[in-house]
Design a protein around this ligand. Structure first.
Ligand code: TYD
Length: 133
């Protein structure tokens, strides 16, 4: 499984760092939605779904967390620890987020608006879905 992690270019000077993200330049899709998670409780694991067509980039803009990626045959755990790194998560990929530090803010850039019908929330259904592809 190929893990695509983008390293964004911070504009740093004596004042600090600034990261700018533009669609089709830094992000390979139209950014139709942004959401973020914070105040994630200790030991919480979330996600547990795949998407039929949604593409996303996950950026832990503060603190740290880990992402489990599972394409149905292979699993990989990717740590997100820097505000300038973005993990690309394609469709047909089961994902779980865990090991959130208490100060973690996980921001997600998404290629589509929220659509519950794009979710596959059952793991066996996911395996069936990727097998049929
Ligand atoms: P949920 O899918 O449970 O999050 P996770 O996959 O991280 O476990 O989403 C939590 C709630 O937020 C749920 O009621 C749906 C809602 N939600 C939106 O309204 N819009 C969104 O873009 C997202 C991602 C979730």
């Amino acid at each position: 499984m190929q893990v695509i992690k983008y390293m964004f270019q911070p504009h740093g000077d004596v004042r600090g760092q600034l990261v700018a993200l533009e669609e089709f330049k830094d992000i390979p899709f139209t950014i139709k939605r942004v959401y973020y998670m914070y105040d994630t409780g200790e030991g919480v694991r979330r996600g547990f779904h795949a998407h039929k067509s949604l593409e996303q980039i996950l950026i832990c803009i503060h603190g740290s967390c880990k992402i489990l990626l599972d394409n149905g045959t292979e699993k990989k755990v990717v740590p997100l620890e820097k505000p300038y790194e973005g993990l690309y998560v394609n469709n047909n990929m089961w994902r779980e987020m865990f090991d959130f530090s208490p100060d973690a803010v996980l921001m997600v850039l998404a290629s589509e608006l929220y659509d519950e019908s794009d979710y596959i929330r059952n793991y066996d259904e996911f395996l069936k879905f990727v097998k049929e592809k």
